[in-house]
Design a protein around this ligand. Structure first.
Ligand SMILES: Cc1cc2nc3c(=O)[nH]c(=O)nc-3n(C[C@H](O)[C@H](O)[C@H](O)COP(=O)(O)OP(=O)(O)OC[C@H]3O[C@@H](n4cnc5c(N)ncnc54)[C@H](O)[C@@H]3O)c2cc1C
Length: 392
């Protein structure tokens, strides 16, 4: 009988596995793909805070930045700049492999080509129905963790509901004409309706071009790539668009008897950017602390495990709420209104002053958003934004 079975060998599943193995628990990871690190679509941007907190080795980092440019539809831009490193671009595949290898070194067993199809929670154990190398089998475990990524059907199947506020991401790797010195983010409702697009350099002559949007992300990305080609920003070539789903809201319940849900499967993702690595890793550690306490006290009821949700909510809920509201707000505004916001923010010097007093954080920008709304900028923005909310 396993002590903890983890469904999903992405970064969050591997972090949970590693920490549990550090405590000495008999842990196994079940991954449906043939290999670790096969995530089809991720830009891999994480903060300096994340790198430091989780001791992420340089070997899995492609590039490091201390600045980014944010563009309005007409090409106005705001430059966010700090003297020390702010963001890192991961080699996502190498990152997943590194976390899995750290867990394996601590004794975690990895079962690849192993899809968990069903979970049955019994009084004294959880039984996983799996297809391992095309063979049906049952795995028994004391506790289970679902870290199976975006909208895992297992979550619904055990009665924890689903996430209904999601977005699709589409991304390609392309060759650039001139060296791209920093990350570029574009806000333009005609390019990425409701969301944004990005150019992220990964080497001297290549970058990731991608966008998030709810409808037809592939079509929108192809249109944007044609514009970038016509502006001589990128070279024409064969492209392979990769797609991925992103949850923008958390599950309403992330625990059950003998079970926790972590990472994208729980919707522990930043609603402003769609980044899920850092918050997922933070929640992974909270999940492990909860499981450790439960194992030591021989506790396994949903009530015992509910402390996990209390703890991660304490840490993230303010940030997630403000970001969620900002996201809903942004979805409603027009390009003209985006231009207005850019003008107001530039005029107010808000970004510069927040950079100077150190309040501008890559991961925790809820307070910046609140300050922005409360500051003198607010009156201008509110006036500008009156129309979309007044529509019948
Ligand atoms: C276009 C795009 C860009 C992104 N860019 C960023 C970014 O720049 N920064 C950032 O922080 N985040 C980014 N993200 C989000 C990030 O990719 C996720 O938050 C992160 O991968 C979550 O990790 P996870 O381990 O929870 O899930 P995943 O990485 O999805 O891993 C889940 C694993 O579970 C496996 N699995 C699923 N079901 C089963 C099953 N039934 N049995 C066994 N195994 C199963 C899957 O094969 C997968 O390996 C981006 C996402 C997209 C789509």
């Amino acid at each position: 009988l396993l002590q903890v079975a983890i469904v999903g060998g992405g970064p969050i599943g591997s972090r949970v596995a590693f920490k549990l193995a550090e405590y000495g628990y008999k842990t196994a990871v079940f991954e449906k793909r043939n290999n670790i690190g096969q995530k089809p679509c991720c830009t891999g941007i994480i903060s300096q805070e994340c790198v430091e907190k989780f001791s992420i080795p340089k070997s899995v980092i492609l590039k490091t930045f201390n600045s980014a440019s944010i563009f309005s539809p007409s090409g106005e831009y705001l430059r966010v700049f700090k003297t020390n490193p702010q963001a890192h671009i991961l080699n996502r595949s190498a990152f997943d492999c590194e976390l899995a290898s750290q867990a394996q070194k601590k004794g975690v067993e990895y079962y690849l080509n192993s899809k968990i199809e069903n979970l049955e929670i019994l009084k004294d154990k959880v039984v996983l129905s799996a297809v391992i190398n095309s063979e049906n089998c049952k795995i028994e475990t004391q506790y289970a963790v679902i870290a199976a990524g975006f909208c895992s059907p297992l979550v619904k199947q055990i009665g924890l509901g689903g996430i209904n506020y999601v977005v699709a991401g589409a991304q390609v790797e392309v060759e650039i004409k001139d060296k791209l010195p920093e990350v570029e983010v574009y806000f333009d409702q005609s390019v990425a309706p409701g969301f944004f697009s990005w150019l992220v350099p990964i080497s001297d002559n290549r970058c990731l071009a991608g966008l998030m949007t709810r409808q037809s992300p592939g079509k929108h990305l192809r249109n944007w790539l044609s514009v970038l080609e016509s502006k001589n920003r990128i070279k024409k070539g064969n492209i392979r668009i990769r797609y991925g789903g992103i949850p923008l809201k958390t599950l309403s319940k992330t625990y059950s008897d003998r079970l926790l849900v972590v990472g994208d499967a729980a919707g522990q993702v930043k609603p402003t950017t769609g980044g899920g690595i850092y918050f997922g890793l933070l929640c992974a550690d909270i999940a492990v602390d909860t499981l450790h306490k439960c194992i030591v006290n021989n506790a396994s009821s949903a009530r015992d495990l509910s402390i996990y949700e209390k703890l991660w909510s304490n840490k993230l809920s303010h940030e997630l709420k403000v970001e969620y509201l900002t996201r809903r707000f942004y979805e409603k505004i027009s390009n003209k209104q985006i231009e207005g916001i850019f003008r107001q923010v530039k005029k107010s010097g808000l970004v510069e002053s927040m950079m100077e007093d150190g309040n501008l954080s890559f991961d925790w920008h809820g307070d910046l958003l609140l300050t922005g709304l409360r500051s003198s900028v607010t009156s201008g923005i509110t006036k500008l934004l009156k129309s979309p909310f007044n529509k019948p």
